[in-house]
Design a protein around this ligand. Sequence first.
Ligand SMILES: N[C@@H](CCC(=O)N[C@@H](CS)C(=O)NCC(=O)O)C(=O)O
Length: 215
Amino acid sequence: MKLIIGNHNYSSWSMRPWLLMKQVGIEFDTVRIPLNTDETDALLDQWCPARQVPVLHDGPLVLWDSLAICEYIADKLPEAGLWPVPADDRARARAMCAEMHAGFRHVRRKMPMNCRRQVVGFEPDLDTRIEINRLVQLFEDALQGSGGPWLFKSFGVVDAMFAPIASRLHTYGVHVPADSTSWMTRILEHESVREWYALAAAETEVIEPAEVPDA
Ligand SMILES: N[C@@H](CCC(=O)N[C@@H](CS)C(=O)NCC(=O)O)C(=O)O
């Protein structure tokens, strides 16, 4: 199995399936395509049918979407329990992943993932604040419903899908309520997230549009 990813520092979509695959202990190789370089387009053409990362290559199967890759891993390893068992919880977890996948465009644009940075004095604008409040509502509802420690009790697709949000909230110094903070801390201290951060720290590429200046 090969997972094609972007820069560890910036590629939030890549982090999601990578983290899930690490969590379940599946063996895979990584092909890293640094984004925004002169070689990026040629490498995307070679590996990525939609010219985006992440992409999973598993034998003849080529899967070009982060959520589809997570679903595939969950299907392949049902014993890993990557979706909650009660149907209502599973439906809620799926709705959360769908909302993450399709939404939060202000958070994505104005708070780009940047594992290496700790941005000083960041003040979200109104649109971004509204989306942060929605994220907090999702976290608090899931954690209070499940009792934690992960969003739906045990680590699953939903935690992997929201891991880059924890990274962003941390980078931009956004404070969230206690339950959300505990989940954020737990995910940022997850062994595989620390490994991802170490890989990000070792990268030298800088993507200027993703570098939000300190205030
Ligand atoms: N829907 C896609 C979105 C992936 C996506 O937007 N990837 C970005 C990087 S994080 C990308 O590949 N951009 C191509 C580029 O910057 O050239 C998924 O979830 O897999």
